[in-house]
Design a binder for this molecule. Structure first.
Ligand code: ATP
Length: 311
């Protein structure tokens, strides 16, 4: 029996290796399925990438239901629209689904039901590469390449001239800083070069986005408080990039929210309130409570939106 057991044991271990391999394959197919899910259409619609070549885009969410995992819906029927050239700010507590909305605009995932529309068509009608070329994002935290500061801006549109790069840097309020560096635009930055402050990095990201000139801009505002001077510089740089451009802001700062054409108050994956700042304050609901909570003692628009809604 023992003689029999050894080979059986051996076979057993082979069996379990094969089974593990199959599980791995299943995972792989799972991943493949996910990739297939966001596949390009057979006959994609063209979409202009740069504002230079076309009007700003229109954006709309129509009754969007979405979750990352089948057992947990995150957005429960979100609808809103942004007319070309307008600015929509999304505010709400942490985990409300704000970043999820921006990921769906990029079509990193497909919705469960409803539509994410750009230029009047579902994002599934476009090639992903074209869609992503038409959208620019200024993230909370910019990662710089280990290269020159000039290259880090030029990356927004490879092939741009030095003149265009400097024009973008001026608009982003970072040109004067760059020329004050020992090697100017040739100064190496990143992990192995000059370390830039958060505010400087963000202005480099803004210059990069100005150069990219996307038709849709997504701003993911930093939660961390900046000093008033840096805050002002960033705000004016952001105005330069969002002017005339359809913009969706994941807002943490009231200065952006106050001027928004529409504010969406998102909580638990639902738009609880919407409207302009003054109307929402007058309404006396959730937004008004948020505003009042941080308005106390506020003498500067650089105040951040509280992450927790007062009840
Ligand atoms: P914050 O203000 O903290 O950035 P948010 O409003 O942007 O929050 P989202 O990042 O959109 O919130 O997340 C919404 C919900 O989805 C959260 O509960 C989060 O845990 C979940 N979630 C986000 N990304 C994933 C993911 N890749 N896989 C699974 N769940 C996720």
């Amino acid at each position: 029996l023992l003689q029999l057991y050894a080979p059986l044991n051996f076979l057993g271990s082979i069996y379990s290796s094969i089974r593990n391999a199959l599980v791995d394959l299943e995972h792989m197919f799972g991943l493949l399925e996910e990739t297939v899910e966001v596949a390009d259409p057979a006959h994609p619609l063209p979409i202009a990438a740069r504002l230079h070549d076309a009007a700003p885009v229109s954006v709309a969410f129509r009754d969007v239901h979405f979750g990352y995992r089948p057992d947990r819906e995150i957005l429960h029927g979100v609808s809103f629209s942004a007319a070309p050239g307008t600015l929509v700010a999304i505010v709400g507590p942490t985990g409300a689904g704000k970043s999820t909305i921006s990921r769906l605009l990029f079509r990193f995932y497909d919705v469960w039901s409803g539509h994410v529309m750009i230029d009047g068509h579902d994002v599934r009608a476009y090639r992903q590469a074209d869609l992503r070329a038409a959208i620019g994002v200024v993230p909370q935290d910019t990662v710089l390449f280990n290269d020159t500061i000039g290259y880090n801006i030029a990356y927004g549109r490879l092939g741009a001239t030095q003149e265009e790069i400097e024009h973008a840097a001026r608009l982003a309020q970072v040109h004067d800083f760059i020329v004050s560096l020992p090697d100017g635009y040739g100064t190496r930055v990143g992990e192995r070069g000059l370390k830039l402050s958060g505010g400087e990095k963000q202005r480099v990201a803004i210059a990069r986005t100005i150069l990219k000139d996307p038709r849709l801009l997504i701003l993911d505002e930093a939660t961390s408080a900046l000093d008033t001077h840096t805050e002002r510089e960033i705000q004016s740089a952001l105005r330069a990039v969002s002017a005339e451009r359809t913009t969706v802001v994941i807002a943490h700062r009231l200065s952006t929210v106050v001027d928004a054409d529409e504010i969406l108050v998102l909580a638990d994956g639902r738009v609880q309130e919407r409207g302009r700042h003054a109307d929402l304050v007058a309404k006396g609901g959730l937004y008004a409570a948020m505003w009042a909570a941080q308005d106390a003692g506020m003498d500067d628009s650089a105040q951040t939106v509280p992450e927790k809604l007062p009840v």
